[in-house]
Every structure is written in C-alpha cells, then in structure tokens.
Design a protein around this ligand. Structure first.
Ligand code: SAM
Length: 318
C-alpha cells in the first residue's frame, strides 16, 4: 500500500474501534448513550473476548483519567490524540467531571465527519452549547472551538502544526494537561511517536500521558495479530516498540517523561473494581478463557507523568 492508502486504512481503524464499542455497549458492558450517534450497529455479533477486551480498555483508561481529574480537581485540560469518534467529552460532562477544556485531534477527514455528526445530532451539540460561554462558538467543516470542547484536524506526525492549531483554540500549556493516545501510536514510526512524546513532555510542565496499544508482538500470537492487520493494508509502522512492556516504558522515559509504567491488560483487568467485573462476566458465556487471556496479554496501558507543581501525579496507579 502507498502512503495515502496506508493513511486511509489507519482512518478505517477509527470506525472499527467505535463499532466494537457500540456493540459492547449494546450488550450492557458499560453505558454510553452517545456512541450510537457516531456509528452504526455492528452487522454481526462481536466475540465475547473482544467485548471484554474493550471493557477493560475503556475502564482502564478511564480509571487513570479519573485519578488525574481528582489530583487536579478538574483544573486541567485533556488532549485526546487520534480521538476518532470517542465520546469521552460527553460522558465526563454527564458526570460533572469536565476539565477546563477538552481537546480532540484527528486527521481532518475524520474531524469533518465528527463535526457533521455533532451538528446534526442534538444529544451531541446540546452539551457543547450548554457548556459554552462568552463569544460566539467557532465552527467550520474542519474545526470546532467552544469554551469547553475543541476539535482540530491535524496530522500528529507534525507537532509544530499540531501545537499551532491547538493554541489557536486556546490551549494553555501552563495548565496540568492529560494527553491520551488510545490505539494511535502504533500507526506511526518509532521516530514519529518519539517526536510526539518529546513534544508533549517539553511543552507541558505538568502533564500525564496515557497510551493504550499492542504489546508482546514478537511471539506467535502477536505475529498473527500483525498479519491480520496487514491483510487490511494497515501499516503498523510502530510495531517494534510494541515488543515488550519494558520497551514501552523505555520509550516514555527516553522522551522526557518521568515515572513511567506499563502493564498488560490482563493485569489491568485484575485491578478493575471486581463487583463490576463480576457483573460483565455474567453477560456472555466465554468459552475460550485461554484465548481471552492471550488477547489481553497482547495489549497494554502505559502511563507517565511530569509534575513540577507536586500535584502527586507520580502516585497515580491502579
Ligand atoms: N482513540 C480512538 C478510540 O480508541 O476509540 C480511535 C482509535 S483508532 C484505532 C486510531 C485513530 O487515530 C484514528 O481515528 C486515526 O484517524 C487516528 N490517527 C492515526 N494516525 C494519525 C495521525 N498521524 N494524525 C492524526 N490522527 C491519526
């Protein structure tokens, strides 16, 4: 695949992620009244292993994110990198947990689609309008800027363009900032993701980075996962960083971050509130426990912080 086809395939992954999330929500794994505004219902059922995997992904990221919101008392910003059709802004608003400002970034083509959905669906537009104050809300086909929610079309491989666009939307580098990359870095070369991490670490004096992606990809199971993605023309340019938890942690430490952690999703799953885990385990019968465990050992959550204000970000853990 040429570079344009490869980017197109990467954009396709955004649809995949949301379709799987919508399916898991429809079975009852967690609540998200907004996801249905962004994607169709899946044509076929997704396997229980997949649904549980998405449950752990959504809850694992949300666990760390809420710890960050608590430490900063929501006096912070969130920058969701490669956000796709993520609904976090709307869910946080419902829980009264909005940061001072919530930013999303994705390819302009994805952003245009998201803005189209926001404009045409009141459940999405109302919360943005309600939380807006001051001057008129800025909206065109490729960007939207309100007081609490902003979305910009940019290529994450070009950090100066990214920074310029975010600053136009009033990004405040002095506010504690949480950056999230959920299944995004693997589509960039190690050099490109290193640049992005370095940019973030050097731009924000008080910040945390959460990265969710593949790990342990060098074994047989990992190789099969790679082949499956490659068959769909997806360029996993960054997969070599996904060789081990240690490589994931090292990338964060080498690019300006402190206190880096990396744990696989089986561990994350065991740390999630067990009463809710018990509830979801009763939703669907899981035949192949071993397959589930293998799948979970091939994804991880990594997080790191830098904390010149001593907010206690280094203490955040499961
Ligand atoms: N984070 C969302 C989630 O977990 O539901 C979407 C994940 S999807 C697998 C990857 C997303 O990253 C896609 O929306 C894709 O367009 C975006 N992405 C990948 N590389 C990018 C780049 N270089 N610049 C901007 N967005 C990118």
């Amino acid at each position: 695949a040429g570079p344009d086809e490869a980017d197109e395939a990467v954009r396709g992954t955004c649809e995949d992620a949301s379709v799987c999330k919508r399916f898991a929500v429809s079975v009852g794994y967690w609540e998200d009244p907004y996801i249905q505004c962004f994607v169709r219902q899946a044509k076929e059922r997704k396997a229980p292993e997949i649904n549980r995997g998405y449950y752990a992904r959504v809850h694992g990221v949300s666990y760390l994110l809420k710890a960050f919101l608590k430490k900063t008392e929501c006096n912070c910003q969130i920058v969701n990198l490669g956000a796709g059709m993520d609904t976090l802004f709307w869910r946080l608003k419902d829980e009264n947990l909005l940061p001072r400002k919530y930013f999303e970034v994705d390819f302009p083509m994805i952003v245009a689609r998201k803005i189209h959905n926001i404009k045409s669906k009141p459940p999405l537009s109302k919360p943005i309008i309600e939380s807006h104050s001051g001057d008129s809300l800025l909206i065109d086909s490729h960007s939207l800027d309100s007081s609490r929610y902003s979305i910009v079309g940019a290529d994450l491989r070009f950090s100066s363009d990214l920074e310029e666009k975010l600053k136009k939307h009033n990004l405040d580098i002095h506010l504690p900032t949480l950056l999230i990359a959920e299944c995004v870095l693997v589509y960039m070369t190690p050099q490109q993701s290193a640049n992005l991490l370095k940019w973030a670490a050097s731009t924000f004096p008080v910040a945390m980075f959460i990265n969710y992606e593949q790990v342990n990809m060098t074994d047989r199971f990992g190789q099969i996962m790679i082949e499956n993605l490659q068959r769909r023309q997806c360029n996993l340019a960054g997969v070599e960083v996904c060789r081990s938890l240690e490589a994931q942690r090292e990338r964060l430490l080498l690019n300006g971050w402190e206190n880096a952690h990396a744990i696989d999703m089986m561990k994350v799953y065991s740390f999630l509130p067990q009463a809710d885990v018990k509830r979801i385990e009763e939703l669907e019968f899981l035949d192949e426990k071993e397959l589930f465990e293998q799948l979970m050992q091939h994804y991880c959550i990594c997080w790191a912080s830098k904390d010149s204000s001593n907010l206690g970000l280094a203490d955040i853990t499961f």
